[in-house]
Design a protein around this ligand. Structure first.
Ligand SMILES: NC(=O)C1=CN([C@@H]2O[C@H](COP(=O)(O)OP(=O)(O)OC[C@H]3O[C@@H](n4cnc5c(N)ncnc54)[C@H](OP(=O)(O)O)[C@@H]3O)[C@@H](O)[C@H]2O)C=CC1
Ligand SMILES: CCCCCCCCCCCCCCCC(=O)[C@@H](N)CO
Length: 315
């Protein structure tokens, strides 16, 4: 319509989208946004009751008279066999998905030495293996059934966290899984050029979700203090911003100003967005982080002294 409107790089109307972790929080809001835009939506999680309730909410967003289809599937995505079964069900029902978006995940914060090795391992399963197995199954399906010429590209979207960019005491059971996920997304983005599949990764900061309520209940007060600088977002806002940026064709998606700044601390070889804007951010943050990083370490030492941790030296 308007000559300067750029083409939508993430069209979902009439396409089949699978969203893991779609029964609550960010995943549910993503499902609702995409349903409103005309997608056929599958949500996946473990708990059946939550899935049934969420499905009704998603269906209610459908475009009237569009004939959109909806489905939920229950499975533990941290287990490879379960992921394969879930995708087999999806394919039988609606064919090979056009878009797969991993939102399943959960943080269990705590000081590393005070956390059990079982929780450390399950954090990796919940946050990394679940997304890795989902990507593996999804990409195998997508690559074995090529799209007809002229069809819009397929997409794989991961959900990591800004913690993939920075250290934050108390998140060490969780952060490494999200950093690994970021590395997987960067690597697959390059590899999937072979197939014409677009790979994206979202990096939200704090989102007020049921998962967040749980993590607050176990989070050390030190961790709460260190993340005070982030004001947080609703899942509705995060979903809206992510979809908007995917439509603009962005690969690495942050959802707030803090997210954008934190992304600039850790570019490495990740694909840039707007090269000029990103480079300016990187220059600014290179200097700003000297202060922020120093202040965080000072906060840790202070908290240690106040809470009887012997090794906390004076500043
Ligand atoms: N909330 C926050 O502050 C932030 C969250 N994130 C990330 O965003 C994503 C969404 O977070 P949020 O909305 O808070 O999450 P919630 O904990 O509110 O919801 C998590 C969803 O994932 C599902 N899920 C969890 N584990 C599995 C599993 N093993 N197999 C299948 N489904 C699973 C849950 O359903 P069920 O339990 O029934 O399986 C639920 O639908 C996560 O990856 C999280 O790490 C990133 C930055 C900040
Ligand atoms: C140079 C710019 C400085 C900006 C100030 C820095 C403030 C640090 C904010 C850290 C936010 C951590 C959010 C964690 C989200 C998450 O993944 C968990 N909630 C898990 O669910």
């Amino acid at each position: 319509m308007f000559p300067f409107t750029r083409k939508n790089q993430f069209p979902v109307k009439g396409r089949l989208v699978v969203i893991t972790g779609g029964s609550q929080g960010m995943g549910l809001e993503v499902a609702k946004v995409l349903a409103r835009k005309g997608a056929n939506v599958v949500i996946v999680a473990r708990g059946v009751e939550k899935l049934e309730k969420a499905m009704k909410e998603v269906e209610a967003e459908a475009v009237e008279g569009s004939g959109q289809k909806f489905k939920w599937c229950s499975g533990d995505l941290s287990v490879a066999g379960e992921v394969e079964r879930v995708f087999a069900e999806v394919v039988e029902w609606g064919g090979v998905p056009d878009i797969v978006w991993t939102c399943a995940g959960a943080a269990h914060p705590g000081l590393f030495t005070e956390i059990t090795s079982e929780i450390l391992e399950s954090q990796m399963r919940t946050n990394y293996f679940s997304a890795m197995h989902t990507a593996h199954s999804a990409l195998r399906l997508m690559t074995s059934s090529p799209l007809p010429a002229g069809a819009p590209q397929r997409h794989l979207v991961f959900t990591a966290s800004v913690l993939a960019f920075i250290p934050l005491a108390g998140y060490n059971p969780y952060t490494p899984a999200k950093a690994a996920l970021r590395a997987l997304a960067d690597g697959l983005r390059q590899e999937c050029l072979l197939y014409g599949i677009d790979v994206h990764c979202c990096f939200p900061a704090t989102i007020y979700t049921p998962g967040y309520e749980f993590e607050q209940s176990v989070k050390p007060s030190l961790t709460k203090k260190l993340e005070e600088g982030d004001s947080g977002q609703t899942p509705v806002e995060v979903a809206r911003v992510c979809v908007g940026k995917l439509e603009k064709g962005q690969s690495n998606v942050t959802t707030s100003l803090v997210g954008e700044a934190l992304r600039a601390t850790a570019w490495g070889g990740s694909r840039r967005g707007n090269v000029v804007v990103d480079t300016v951010w990187i220059w600014i943050v290179a200097v700003v982080w000297l202060i922020v990083g120093w202040d965080m370490e000072r906060t840790v030492r202070r908290w240690g002294r106040e809470n009887g941790y012997a090794g906390s030296k004076k500043d």
